[in-house]
Write a protein that binds this ligand. Structure first.
Ligand code: ZN
Length: 115
C-alpha cells in the first residue's frame, strides 16, 4: 500500500480544509486581481526579486518572457498556456535565458546534484 493510499482520506480532508480556510483568497486569485495584466506583472516581478533574480529592467524582462517564442534549450515552441521559466545564474542572480518548465526543472536538478 502506498503512502497516498494509506493516507488518502487524511490528505483529501486536509486539501478540502485548506480550500475552505482560504476560499476567499483562492477565489480572488482565480477570478480577479491576478488576471488583470498589471497585477500579474507586479506579482511575477515580486516573485523574481524574492528568488534573487537580478535584472536591469524587470519590466523589459517581463515583456521578453511574454513574447518568447520557444525554449532556449529544447527549442520547443511555447503554447499560450505553457509555463515560461527564467533561467538565472545561481551565483550572481543574473538572468540567462527563457526556458520551458521541464528544462528549467532539469537544470535545477542537475545543479542540486553536482553541489
Ligand atoms: Zn525546454
Amino acid at each position: 500500500m502506498s503512502y497516498y493510499q494509506k493516507n488518502r482520506d487524511a490528505i483529501l480532508q486536509k486539501r478540502k480544509s485548506y480550500y475552505e480556510n482560504n476560499k476567499e483568497k483562492i477565489l480572488a486569485r482565480e477570478s480577479g486581481y491576478y488576471k488583470n495584466e498589471d497585477g500579474k506583472k507586479r506579482k511575477t516581478i515580486n516573485a523574481w526579486k524574492r528568488m534573487g533574480l537580478v535584472a536591469d529592467d524587470y519590466e523589459a524582462l517581463y515583456d521578453l518572457r511574454k513574447n518568447a517564442e520557444k525554449c532556449w534549450i529544447c527549442e520547443k515552441a511555447f503554447q499560450p498556456d505553457d509555463k515560461r521559466c527564467l533561467d538565472h545564474d545561481h551565483e550572481t542572480g543574473k538572468f540567462r535565458q527563457i526556458l520551458c518548465y521541464s528544462c528549467n526543472v532539469r537544470d535545477n536538478w542537475k545543479n542540486k546534484v553536482s553541489k
